[in-house]
Ligand binder design. Structure first.
Ligand SMILES: [Zn+2]
Length: 105
């Protein structure tokens, strides 16, 4: 598989599978991999974009293969960008203080 085909695989995976948190099927650019287990060897978002090698600290400079990409995906949960923000910051809004709000009132 070429690096471009590997990228197509990653994007197709994002569109075929739903967000594990809200169950929505969305276009690939709304979907993110949340790394939840094991060591991250490379960034799935960079597949096919030049940064095609495993991080140097994990052996490095190994050409990515479908097997490596699938192994990396298995360490992640697929979530939409909304649920990704909720995971990152919690679902409770943290309003700006009145000290800041006067700037736009
Ligand atoms: Zn979601």
């Amino acid at each position: 598989m070429t690096q471009a085909e590997l990228r197509q695989f990653v994007l197709a995976y994002k569109e075929v599978n739903p967000c594990v948190d809200c169950g929505k099927h969305l276009a690939y650019w709304f979907m993110e991999f949340d790394h939840v287990r094991g060591k991250k060897l490379f960034n799935l978002g960079s597949v096919g974009f030049g940064q095609q090698n495993v991080r140097p600290e994990h052996g490095g400079f190994k050409r990515l293969t479908l097997e490596l990409v699938q192994t990396e995906i298995a360490k992640c949960e697929l979530v939409c960008i909304w649920c990704s923000k909720v995971r990152l910051r919690g679902d409770k809004a943290t309003p700006l203080t009145s000290k800041v709000r006067w700037l736009v009132s």
